[in-house]
Design a protein around this ligand. Structure first.
Ligand code: ADP
Length: 422
């Protein structure tokens, strides 16, 4: 194609120049004729260039030429058409994506690297009370719930966040994509939360209802244990007493767990001295710890903004476990301030936990060794209580254990919960 066009172009120039030369030669001015031929061919080229220039600004028809200019125009027209088709396809695809996103029941909000809203769908408008002109606004200026603001600023989106916005429970999951861009999926979980609350209320109610008969049973058992009873009956009474105690512990732990689960994350905390609380827990363990010594390793008092009763439960459960499973050896409570906040660790020198059980011990009623359970006691809810109580302090339970070398249960209370007591 190109070769043909080039040949035609050269042929045309050649003909014009030759015609000029021949005409000049016939009148005895061959050089002038050649010059005129060249000028004419140049004028034709300039005219063609002018046509293509105008055409490029869409001010005239496409150049009709069989030479190089016509060939180039033809190529440009074809390329433009391919581009147009491609753009049209992309526009259609984009439209389909947008329609898909728009049809989603979940809210979708796309954010730029700084957290400004780029686009969002109707469901997001409804759930987050956004307006059409909110594009470009920073997300934390529009969703001001402290929990959400903290979650967004933390940049840790590994877990979804659940929070309430004007009586509706929302679950937000942020995913990063491209260069620092984020897509935020918002789901209305009000119904799910209602069912969950019903389940929690049911467990709490049943546990409360069990308390009264248990108190009566325990009372009679205590009365009977003070009486002279024949040996076989004494044995049966001892077993009944131990099982009734177990049930009381279970009911108490269930009530505590339901309270923790239903407690609002929006509550205001109070200041308390974590070091003093650890000393209090160690003191309360005196009658229980037997040979095991509970040592507190800290230099000074550290004030925390949180929920004292819940932290008390968490520490009591961790220390109780360390004593229970620690083979009567020393238990250490380490508390130390760090850049991350306040680091707390409870370490025992017991037999440790096999690695395959580590990820499951915080599950309700999960026990590493069912056969030991009857000798050491416990409801199987202790670590679930710890996990929940720590979550309310924005802390996460970490368990390190090596078989035969004991276990360390640790957590970090983040800096923003630490009060300035330098
Ligand atoms: P339990 O009431 O049975 O102690 P927890 O929820 O407190 O229930 O603990 C769950 C399981 O984790 C325990 O049954 C025990 O097998 C294991 N466990 C907890 N703490 C320790 C520890 N310090 N050392 C060894 N095993 C532990």
């Amino acid at each position: 194609m190109y070769q043909d066009a080039l040949q035609r172009e050269l042929f045309r120039v050649g003909i014009i120049v030759l015609a000029g030369f021949a005409a000049g030669w016939s009148v005895g001015y061959s050089l002038y004729g050649l010059l005129i031929g060249l000028v004419v061919s140049q004028i034709i080229s300039i005219r063609h260039a002018a046509t293509i220039f105008k055409w490029s600004y869409r001010q005239g028809p496409a150049p009709q030429d069989s030479g190089l200019i016509g060939y180039s125009a033809d190529r440009i027209i074809r390329r433009e058409k391919t581009l147009k088709d491609r753009l049209l396809n992309q526009a259609k695809m984009l439209q389909r994506y947008n329609q898909g996103i728009e049809a989603l029941k979940d809210g979708v909000v796309v954010l730029d690297s700084a957290g400004h809203i780029t686009t969002f769908n109707s469901a997001a408008t409804r759930m987050l009370y956004l307006r059409k002109d909110d594009n470009g606004q920073h997300i934390t200026h529009l969703i001001r719930t402290p929990q959400f603001v903290r979650y967004f600023r933390s940049s840790d989106f590994s877990e979804p966040l659940q929070f309430d916005l004007r009586n509706v429970s929302l679950q937000v999951q942020i995913t990063e994509f491209g260069i620092d861009q984020k897509i935020m999926l918002v789901r209305d979980v009000t119904e799910r939360k209602r069912v969950e609350t019903m389940r929690q209320d049911f467990i709490a109610d049943v546990s409360h209802e069990l308390r009264t008969p248990l108190t009566v049973i325990n009372g009679y058992l205590e009365m009977l244990s003070d009486m002279d009873t024949p040996a076989p009956l004494s044995k049966a009474l001892a077993q009944m007493d131990s099982q009734a105690n177990r049930m009381t512990n279970l009911v108490n732990d269930l009530i505590q767990l339901s309270k923790l689960e239903s407690a609002s994350r929006e509550r205001d905390g109070v200041s308390f001295d974590l070091t003093a609380l650890c000393h209090q827990v160690a003191g309360e363990m005196k009658g229980y710890s037997g040979d095991a010594e509970v040592r507190i390793n800290t230099e000074r008092s550290l004030i925390v903004d949180g929920f004292k009763e819940e932290m008390h439960s968490a520490l009591t459960n961790l220390v109780t476990n360390a004593i229970k499973y620690g083979d009567g050896k020393q238990v250490d409570i380490d508390i130390a301030p760090s850049d991350r906040g306040i680091e707390v660790a409870v370490t025992d020198q017991g037999p440790g936990i096999p690695p395959e059980h580590l990820s499951r011990v915080t599950e309700r009623f999960y026990r590493v060794d069912e056969s030991r359970e009857s000798t050491v006691g416990g409801s199987g809810l202790g670590l679930s209580i710890v996990k929940h109580a720590l979550e309310h302090h924005d802390a996460e339970l970490k368990i390190e254990s090596a078989l035969g070398q004991g276990s360390t249960f640790s957590f970090v209370i983040p800096s923003f919960r630490r009060e300035n007591n330098a």
